[in-house]
Ligand binder design. Structure first.
Ligand code: ACM
Length: 415
């Protein structure tokens, strides 16, 4: 982690200057159909309430609705209430695409907030690019994407893996077993992990992908026993996280000898499995519920008031929450007649906000966010203890692992 603290940049000057820079685009304003009608502005909320990733996505849905409610109770945006149109895509990418089409075309939502898996984001991407609408994606993901129709508020690999892998090698050893769910996100993250391990003289002793929703890890655990890795690097998602942790413990493995290091295990999966199954394992992310800040205290208190005293926040529900406030700030800058998805996107570039994790900023070039990476260890009470954290926010570099390529205002360069 970087240890030099640079002076803190004040928000307003930067937000004003960068926000004025727009993307070149072709956008035909359909003047007959206003995006903000009467005193309401409609947005889509597209998180799975059923299926294998509902264990995570329900909390993204909850955090999104809480932020919308807070803003509406405080008077809305320039006097307009935000009206959420909720759909359940049922953890199925094809259903995500169908529902996205409905939200954009039938419901005339000016933005849609949605998705946990990269598979579902990839499925809806053509809808937003074709219709010139705007998708707000709160989840950590593999990077290597440069769309002008998506706002990315979760971490990319240079904000999760860049410091995590060297830390794991230094503290636990060089032999890694890579276990992931079988889709684009784990495969791309593992490619980044392999690049880092190669630089560090590390070794991959196993690499395996299990189907989404997989719950029988017996043969995988046998391979852990045979190959004796120093670290299990896990990008398993959804219900499988719970099954993997429970079966790992039942097999007699312990994190002091062979820890699991994850980019996807958060407080919400731990709440579903029980803290004793996660204690001792590691996760890297920009936000943990235990983070001490007035903004986080308010976020957690409000969340538990609304959803129950045992409800937890985590590193995907936090961006799901703060991205609604970024949306508010962007729309606030526009006159009612100028509210279009593309104008919202252009107004959002360069915006800063005090989020529960700290001050975050939308990079106006690539529409990803500056975030605060941390490495933490799960405790038996279900919370994370932060071991290291970046001394400064980290610029998002979605093509960091692919030298010569970068996402710019004009699109992907160097491909
Ligand atoms: C993910 O699929 N981006 C977790």
């Amino acid at each position: 982690m970087t240890i030099t603290r640079r002076s803190f940049i004040k928000s307003t000057a930067i937000a004003g200057a960068a926000g004025a820079v727009g993307f070149p685009h072709i956008w035909i304003k359909d003047s007959g159909l206003a995006w903000a009608a009467g005193n309401e502005i409609k947005v889509g909320v597209l998180f799975s309430l059923t299926g294998t990733t509902a264990v995570v996505e329900k909390s993204l849905h909850n955090a999104t609705l809480m932020a919308i409610d807070e803003i509406n109770k405080a008077g809305g945006i320039n006097g307009m209430k935000i009206t959420p149109v909720v759909e359940d895509p049922a953890s199925d990418p094809a259903t995500f695409a169908d529902k996205a089409n409905k939200l954009v075309l039938n419901d005339r939502c000016v933005s849609v907030f949605g998705s946990y898996t990269s598979a579902s984001r990839k499925a809806v991407l053509p809808v937003f690019e074709k219709r010139k609408n705007l998708y707000w994606y709160p989840t950590l993901y593999e990077g290597r994407e440069c769309s002008k129709d998506v706002m990315y508020t979760g971490a990319v690999p240079n904000q999760q893996q860049k410091d995590f892998i060297p830390w794991l090698v230094k503290n636990h050893g060089k032999k890694f077993y890579l276990i992931g769910s079988n889709y684009i996100y784990p495969k791309e993250e593992n490619n980044v992990c392999k690049i880092l391990l190669q630089q560090l003289g590390g070794e991959v002793v196993g690499e395996e992908y299990v189907p989404l929703g997989h719950s029988e890890f017996g043969s995988v655990l046998n391979k852990f026993r045979e190959t004796k890795p120093d670290v299990i690097f896990s990008t398993v998602v959804g219900d499988s996280v719970i099954a993997l942790h429970k079966q790992y413990k039942a097999a007699g493995f312990t994190p002091d000898k062979m820890p699991m290091a994850s980019l996807t295990t958060s407080e919400v999966e731990i709440a579903a499995m029980g803290g004793e199954y996660a204690a001792g394992h590691y996760t890297s992310a920009p936000y943990f519920m235990s983070h001490q800040s007035p903004e986080n205290q308010k976020f957690v208190e409000n969340y538990q008031k609304r959803y129950g005293k045992d409800a937890v926040t985590h590193f995907v529900s936090e961006p799901a929450y703060f991205q609604i406030y970024l949306f508010r700030q962007a729309v606030e800058k526009l006159g009612k007649g100028d509210i279009t998805p593309i104008n919202i996107r252009d107004a959002a570039g360069g915006l800063e906000i005090m989020a529960p994790q700290g001050r975050v900023k939308v990079d106006p070039d690539n529409l990803h966010c500056y975030l605060w990476p941390k490495i933490a260890q799960a405790q038996a009470d279900g919370q994370f203890k932060v071991i290291e954290q970046s001394a400064e926010w980290v610029k998002p570099e979605p093509y960091w692992a692919y030298p010569g390529q970068s996402c710019t205002k004009d699109g992907l360069k160097g491909a």
